[in-house]
Write a protein that binds this ligand. Structure first.
Ligand SMILES: NC(=O)c1ccc[n+]([C@@H]2O[C@H](COP(=O)([O-])OP(=O)(O)OC[C@H]3O[C@@H](n4cnc5c(N)ncnc54)[C@H](OP(=O)(O)O)[C@@H]3O)[C@@H](O)[C@H]2O)c1
Length: 266
């Protein structure tokens, strides 16, 4: 995908380049027409990003001054103090994007004192390979061109979707936390593969292809997971025996409860 016109020569900075901030900057790295900047409390953590062309900045005001779009990638409890430090360098045209779980638009507006645009985004880590899913909170105060630019930005590293505030925490529990559920399931399947005699690497490679292929099948328009599952389960076959075991041991209910537990904590 070409870099959209709304982002040509835009300067994108990230404060807090850990797992998620680093995944977003890393996913954007190498895009023609984008200038990327990073600031992290522990500079060593920036090194893999510098190798991809991200430029280091010495402090928070320096990063804000150098950027049109500022992504706040610190843990939620550090967002307010990070924005306080950013405040003097913010300009009316600056766009601050918070990816922090549980930090509301109201919280963000309060700290930045209406000095710039604020956007709340909930990402997930597949952003690193251009396949993230990003919820952008619906906000009547955000000018359309700014929303368009933010949608364009996240389209470069996955699929953005605009959601109302009430769906934000459910999105986080399902999709923000989701890669952990998927990797947990993949790891368990690989463990079964090793138990049956595959090497660890063979098992991981096979399971990874299994997920990639299954996800592509599920993404075909009109597909439905329940029907796809049914198609694999021949009468009196081996797959239905495995599915019966999963149902007897209530795996489906546990998966639902796990997501609801994440939601309850969000
Ligand atoms: N991880 C996910 O899958 C995920 C999904 C959705 C949303 N999020 C959100 O993403 C945010 C970051 O989470 P994470 O998992 O990426 O955490 P993380 O790996 O700990 O990254 C946070 C980074 O912020 C840096 N930092 C802390 N204070 C700083 C400061 N004052 N100035 C500059 N950098 C500072 C930390 O530096 P040090 O290296 O010194 O610790 C660390 O590298 C959170 O708000 C979280 O809610 C994460």
């Amino acid at each position: 995908m070409d870099t959209p016109a709304s982002l040509h020569n835009k300067r994108i900075g990230c404060i807090g380049c850990g797992n998620m901030g680093g995944a977003i900057l890393g996913g954007l790295a190498g895009r023609p027409g984008l200038h990327l900047f990073g600031y992290n409390r522990t500079p060593k953590r920036l090194e893999p990003l510098l190798a991809k062309g991200v430029k280091p900045v010495a402090d928070i005001p320096g990063l804000v001054a150098a950027s049109d779009i500022v992504i706040i990638g610190v843990k939620p409890y550090l967002v307010a103090e990070t924005l306080q430090a950013a405040l003097p360098a913010l300009r009316p045209e600056s766009v601050v994007i918070s990816i922090a779980a549980g930090v509301t638009l109201r919280d963000l507006r309060e700290v930045v004192q209406n000095r710039c645009h604020v956007v709340r985004v909930m990402p997930n880590t597949p952003a690193l390979v251009g396949s993230g899913v990003f919820a952008i909170e619906e906000d009547p105060q955000l000018p359309q061109p700014v929303l368009g630019m933010v949608l364009d930005l996240f389209s470069l590293i996955g699929q953005p979707i605009v959601l109302p505030e009430k769906k934000f925490n459910p999105f986080m529990a399902l999709v923000g936390c989701g890669p952990a559920y998927v990797f947990h399931f993949m790891d368990a399947l690989a463990e079964a593969g090793v138990t049956m005699g595959f090497t660890r690497q063979e098992a991981i490679d096979l399971v990874t292809q299994l997920f990639l292929g299954s996800a592509r099948l599920a993404a075909v328009p009109g597909s439905h997971p329940a029907i796809l599952r049914e198609q694999v389960c021949s009468p009196a076959g081996v797959t239905i025996a495995a599915m019966n075991h999963l149902d007897r041991t209530a795996v489906r209910g546990h998966i639902i409860d796990a997501v609801l537990a994440a939601h309850a904590k969000s």
